[in-house]
Each structure stands twice: as structure tokens, then as C-alpha cells.
Design a binder for this molecule. Structure first.
Ligand code: NI
Length: 229
């Protein structure tokens, strides 16, 4: 399932992010790529230890915390600290699958594994500011091409083959990160998301209906069965 979530960051927040990123310490994206993806990857990336990456990453997490739609769709258990990349001058990232496990630096240097169930790209450049730079995702329902307004994000299964097409004009800034979900199976996650959306709609359309209590019970009981929390 691909899901577009609009307005995760406000226009003011996007402007602040771009200002901070303009003066940040960009490095070659190949430094953080795996063996296979290093051959396909040509972009700039902020090192995870960069103070700007940490500060803005924290702001991304705060914004996600204000998004009930992100929570409902992803059911996050652990979110890998958001990273930032930049494509310009014909740069691209050819088709690849992201590593299944990422290691987050924990307290006392411990490496905490994060299973990459769900991938997210948060767009920070306006689509008018660059040519190309589409995120192309091969989903079970075919190939999807994604290029969103600044401040919007897309979530898609971590299992998907995906690429970023060459940026032939301007510059494309984005934040990207992975989430380990409480529910490992993408199909089960989708059923829970659909059920939750239906419950939200009924809460508005028929707030007093006792079936709402029943459906909410079914939602939580399925989550209890399927979550590995
Ligand atoms: Ni990727």
C-alpha cells in the first residue's frame, strides 16, 4: 500500500528545513549504501551524526507524532532517525531494495536493530523547483511515480523495488526513514488501516451506534493478535 499524507510540515517549517539544509555538511551518499546499492546510488546525504540532521530529524519525528494518519497506516514500533538527501546535476538512485535491517545507535554505543517494514519519503522541495527526481515504486499493483508538494510524505512497503530518477534541473531535497511496525505483515497492516478509517467515518456519521463499540473492539482484538509488541 502506498499512502500520500499531505501537510506533515507547514510552509514555515519547510522554509526552516531548507534554510538549515543549505548550510549543512553534505557528504557522498555512497558512504552509507550497502554493496549493491552503492553502485546505483548517486546523491548527497547528511551523515547521521551531523547536528543539522539530528535537529531536523527530531522535528520530523515531532511532526509524525501530530499525524494520526501516519500512526494508523504505519503503526510504528520504532522509527529509524530520519536522514536527509539531496539530488542535483543529473544525480539519481537506480532500482534497489533497502536493507532489511538498519542499526540505530543506541545508548552507550549499542547497535539497536530496526526492521525496515515501512519506508517513508518526506518531500522538502517544491515539484516546480526541479525536473525529474520522481520516486518510482514497483508495487504489487504496478509501477507508481511519486513527486509530492514540499511538506507532504509518502509511505510504502519496505519490500518494494524503488528508484529516484535523474534530477536534470534544480535540486531535490528530502527526508527519508524507515519504520519497524507493530504489525510486521503488510497485508494485516492494511486491513487494520481500512478498519480504522471506516471506524473514523462512522464516528462522524453515526456517533451513537452501538456497532461502533463492537467494531472498535474488533480493531483492538486484531491488533492484539497481529502485533509483536
Ligand atoms: Ni531506497
Amino acid at each position: 500500500m502506498l499512502l500520500h499524507i499531505p501537510n506533515v510540515l507547514s510552509a514555515d517549517e519547510v522554509a526552516y528545513f531548507r534554510h538549515q539544509l543549505a548550510g549543512a555538511g553534505w557528504a557522498d551518499g555512497k558512504l552509507t549504501a550497502g554493496y549493491q546499492s552503492a553502485r546505483a546510488k548517486d546523491n548527497a546525504q547528511l551523515p547521521d551524526t551531523d547536528p543539522v540532521a539530528r535537529e531536523l530529524g527530531g522535528r520530523v519525528l515531532d511532526a509524525l507524532g501530530r499525524s494520526p494518519l501516519f500512526f494508523s497506516a504505519v503503526l510504528p514500533r520504532r522509527i529509524f532517525p530520519p536522514l536527509f538527501n539531496r539530488y542535483a546535476g543529473g544525480q539519481s538512485f537506480g532500482f534497489h531494495v533497502d536493507n532489511a535491517i538498519r542499526y540505530e545507535r543506541g545508548a552507550n554505543g549499542a547497535q539497536v536493530p530496526v526492521r525496515t517494514d515501512v519506508s517513508t519519503t518526506l518531500f522538502l522541495s517544491s515539484p516546480d523547483d526541479y525536473e525529474g527526481g520522481e520516486l518510482v515504486i514497483q508495487d504489487t499493483y504496478g509501477t507508481q511515480r511519486v513527486k509530492l508538494p514540499a511538506g507532504d510524505l509518502v509511505v510504502y512497503p519496505g519490500t518494494s523495488l524503488h528508484e529516484v530518477t535523474p534530477v536534470t534541473r534544480g535540486e531535490r531535497l528530502a527526508s527519508f526513514f524507515w519504520t519497524q511496525s507493530l504489525v510486521r505483515d503488510a497485508g494485516q497492516r492494511r486491513e487494520l488501516f481500512e478498519l480504522d478509517r471506516a471506524i473514523q467515518r462512522l464516528t462522524v456519521a453515526a456517533p451513537g451506534d452501538p456497532a461502533l463499540v463492537q467494531l472498535t473492539g474488533v480493531y483492538h482484538n486484531l491488533l492484539r493478535r497481529w502485533s509483536d509488541a
